[in-house]
Design a protein around this ligand. Structure first.
Ligand SMILES: Nc1ncnc2c1ncn2[C@@H]1O[C@H](COP(=O)(O)OP(=O)(O)O)[C@@H](O)[C@H]1O
Ligand SMILES: [Mg+2]
Length: 232
């Protein structure tokens, strides 16, 4: 981690448990970590180890039992649910394994939606910004298509454009290539890498893929509730 890098995410003693069969099951157990501006961090771990839970906590979609999460210097765990939602919209882009595009909206409308919901400067700039992003992900010609007319790889590229429309400092991606073939995985990863790090954004990516992890500046594992640097 370069010493001069500003931190974009800090986790302090982050804990989360679920109740399973009447028993408390620790998912995260006092996890500490810091991720820096411009960094690509990969998080690996077996299925069910808490990777999606961690991303949802950082995004403020889920709440920890204890501990604190700072994003861009803001302690998101101190915010009300409403303020957390607003903060997420302005600071965080989210890319999902199954794309989560809205099937009744066109490609352009899907990308534009978060900016329109945000209102203000984002909404005023939405047409230019959405078209610029669609161009960047190579899908400007498909702007009026509906998601079901696109391949999985194309849908994920639309989802990446959507995640960037409010110009977030942090992009969280939960197994973004998990549902794609090898050629499309490579396209999507190259794109994610380019549109995040190039613009000084940070990318936190959950992945099973060794190839994806190999692109990362740092790799962490979640094992038994602990977030630890990958031993290789
Ligand atoms: N809302 C929930 N209630 C109870 N258990 C949950 C809930 N969400 C996730 N879990 C459990 O927490 C564990 C971690 O889930 P998850 O973060 O989705 O893992 P991963 O993304 O690493 O596969 C799993 O065992 C899962 O069944
Ligand atoms: Mg998961």
């Amino acid at each position: 981690m370069p010493a001069q890098s500003a931190e974009v995410v800090r986790l302090e003693k982050l804990s989360k448990h679920y109740v399973e069969g009447g028993q408390l099951r620790p998912i995260l157990d006092a996890a500490d970590a810091t991720f820096c501006t411009g960094e690509l961090v990969a998080i690996r771990g077996r299925s069910g180890t808490g990777k999606s839970t961690l991303l949802n906590l950082i995004a403020g979609i889920d709440e920890p039992d204890s501990g604190r999460i700072f994003v861009d210097g803001q302690c998101v765990t101190d915010l009300s649910q409403r303020r957390r939602t607003e903060f997420r919209r302005d600071h965080i882009g989210f890319v999902f394994q199954f794309f989560n595009l809205i099937p009744t909206l066109t490609v352009y409308e899907n990308v534009a939606l978060p900016a329109e919901l945000a209102g203000g400067a984002h909404a005023r700039a939405v047409t230019t910004r959405a078209l610029q992003l669609l161009d960047e992900v190579g899908l400007a010609a498909r702007r009026d298509s509906f998601p079901d007319k696109l391949s999985g790889g194309e849908q994920q590229r639309v989802a990446i454009a959507r995640a960037l429309v409010c110009d977030p400092r942090l992009v969280l991606a939960d197994e973004p290539t998990g549902n794609l073939d090898e050629a499309n995985s490579k396209l999507v990863m190259d794109l994610l890498d380019r549109v995040t790090r190039r613009d000084g954004r940070s990318l936190l990516i959950v992945t099973h893929s060794r190839r994806v992890a190999a692109l990362a500046d740092r790799v962490f594992n979640i094992t038994h509730g602990h977030l630890e640097p990958d031993a290789g």
